[in-house]
Design a protein around this ligand. Structure first.
Ligand SMILES: [Zn+2]
Ligand SMILES: [Zn+2]
Length: 140
């Protein structure tokens, strides 16, 4: 039997923020949940958007691109859940485009709706694109 502290370890996909280099620690379970919700499953690319907790930039990442690997490696077991959550699937600004981009951010379930809105209002949406290169704008 595993010691109790081992049982709590959670596998995360690790990325550096492409703007400031801060840690983006995505739990594999949340990634699987996000990709399962998408209608179109790509095999060679795993595009996502993530909001850096430090610089608040909303940026595109392709998890299939190993150049994006964190200095710790592409994935690691962490002792606790990092707080990164799947927020929603972003729609493309082109209404004929079916691409959906799963958005991840650090999201504390304990905070109030007002605090969540205030936090989401600090995010910097600029240059986000769908898999087909169309712009994605901030959801209402
Ligand atoms: Zn950053
Ligand atoms: Zn598109």
């Amino acid at each position: 039997m595993l010691p109790e502290h081992m049982a709590r370890r959670i596998l995360h996909r690790l990325l550096p923020c492409s703007w400031c280099g801060d840690n983006i620690l995505l739990p594999l379970e949340k990634l699987a949940q996000a990709f399962a919700s998408l209608e179109v499953r790509t095999t060679d690319r795993e595009p996502i958007a993530a909001v850096c907790h430090r610089c608040k930039q909303v940026r595109n990442y392709d998890l299939a691109n190993s150049d994006l690997s964190h200095t710790w490696g592409p994935a690691a077991y962490l002792d606790a859940f990092s707080g990164w959550m799947f927020i929603e699937s972003l729609k493309c600004a082109d209404h004929t485009c079916k691409a959906r981009l799963p958005l991840f951010a650090i999201w504390d379930p304990a905070i109030s709706a007002e605090q969540r809105t205030a936090y989401a209002n600090t995010w910097k949406w600029d240059g986000l694109k769908c898999q087909d290169g169309h712009p994605i704008v901030e959801p209402e």
